[in-house]
Every structure is written in C-alpha cells, then in structure tokens.
Design a protein around this ligand. Structure first.
Ligand code: FES
Length: 255
C-alpha cells in the first residue's frame, strides 16, 4: 500500500567527503510499513515550481519507534540539487513506500552487495539481516566511501574494495563476491548497483545461490501507471516501479 504524506524533515547531513546527502523525515506510516528494497517518490521543486518532478529514492533505513525514514542520495540533477538544499523543519511531499522489496527468509546466510548509490538500498537490508549477512561494498575511490559506520553498527560482516586502491584493497566488488561464494555456505545474494556490476555478479553466482537484484530505471509516476520504467525480462515486460525494483535474477535480461 502506498500513500501521500507531507513529511517533516527532522535531520539533514552531508556524509563525509563523499558529497552524499542524507535526509531523515518523520512519517510513521511509511516507517511502519516499508521494507528493504522499497523506495519513496519525492516531489522536487517545491510548491511554487512550475512543474513538479518526482524523484525515486531508495529507503536507506526506517525506525518504527520514532517513525523516521532515512534516505541518502547523490546530487545528479536539478531535482536532487533542490533536495540537497532542504532544511530541518521543512516539509517533503512523499509518496511511499513503493515497489516490491527484497524477499527475506529468516535463517539464511546472505551476501548483500552494493556499488555506487546501490549501497543505500542494501544498507536497509543489512539492518534487517544483521549478523545473518555480510556486506560487500565497492567504491570508485576512498573519497566516495560513506555509511560504513552504519553497516558496522548492524552487526553484519563487512568488506570494502575500491577501484583504484585508494582505500583498502584495489579491485572490484565482484572479486569479493567470488571469494565468499568459493568459501561456501551462502544461501542468497542480494545486489544493487550499476547494471555491469549486477551482470558480473550474476555470472559469478552461476546458480550457486539465490540471487536477487534491485534494478534502476528512469521513472515517472512510480506507481505502475505511466509505463515509463518498463524493462524487458525473460518473462515479459515488467514495470520496475511496481513489479520491482527487486527481481529474481533468473528473470532478468542482463545487458
Ligand atoms: Fe510509471 Fe513505472 S514509473 S509505470
């Protein structure tokens, strides 16, 4: 179920040197019903804008007790630049929670794999899975590393790799996935990140574990009505916003 809520912003932050922005807003209804992998659609531009554009943003965390929802995003265009200027006490026009999230089965041993902005989607998943998962995160370089203390606070294992070796090991997150799978005992792999990463992980998993991916597509309505986000899958056309964004990898046409 999704709803529209005017939601009060209760905190904003810039996460380290990464430039990544965090907004925490109060919405007890969203916080009490959302699950990892779902997203919210936020109206950007404010009430005086000539046209309102909504931006889909993954939910990075939610707390039922406080009713607060955590979102994190890079500034990629006018919409997210506008969001970055918002202040505590202002109201957000939020629709959510939207989409289908990650299927979670208690007792499974899991890997959560994040690259780029995909780490915010799997951050919420790591919070729910806790010690039942290990997070494998890839960043282009050390300046982009963020949210690590949050992953650590959830009690999951954690490995980080950078493309250029400027922090920790040099290489790609797919190498970490291969090593963990070779050790054995992994039931499920969840991943969110660029399509190239999702495809490479799919090749590595190769049927050794269940594999679920969160796809990123341009979106319009966010609720399944406009067909702006349709993608071709092995079982027909799917709306990423409503049928996903999380899909079982066996359905996905990896480009
Ligand atoms: Fe409109 Fe998905 S964004 S159908």
């Amino acid at each position: 179920m999704s709803n529209y809520y005017p939601a009060e912003i209760v905190g904003t932050a810039v996460l380290g040197d990464s430039g990544v922005r965090q907004i925490v807003f109060r919405s007890p209804s969203i916080a009490s019903t959302c699950s990892p992998g779902q997203f919210v659609n936020i109206a950007c531009g404010g009430e005086h804008s000539s046209h309102i554009l909504r931006r889909p943003i993954s939910i990075a965390g939610a707390d039922r007790e406080s009713g607060c929802v955590d979102i994190r995003f890079d500034i990629k265009g006018a919409g997210t630049a506008w969001m970055a200027e918002l202040k505590t006490g202002e109201l957000l026009d939020v629709i959510g929670p939207l989409g289908k999230g990650y299927p979670v089965e208690p007792g499974k041993k899991c890997l959560v794999v994040g690259g780029g902005t995909g780490i915010y989607s799997v951050l919420f998943l790591a919070k729910v899975l806790g010690a039942g998962c290990k997070a494998l995160l890839g960043f282009r370089n050390s300046s982009l590393i963020n949210s690590i203390s949050d992953f650590e606070s959830y009690g999951c294992g954690l490995s980080i790799i950078t493309d250029d070796g400027s922090s920790g090991r040099k290489g790609f997150v797919t190498e970490l996935v291969a090593e963990e799978l070779d050790r054995g005992g992994i039931d499920t792999v969840y991943a969110c990140g660029p399509m190239g990463m999702l495809k490479a992980v799919n090749d590595i998993v190769g049927g050794r574990a269940e594999y679920y991916v969160s796809l990123e597509e341009r979106m319009g309505c966010g609720v399944g009505a406009c067909m702006a986000c349709v993608c071709h899958t092995l079982v027909g056309y799917k709306r990423v916003c409503a049928d996903g964004p999380v899909f079982n990898a066996v359905e996905v046409c990896f480009k």
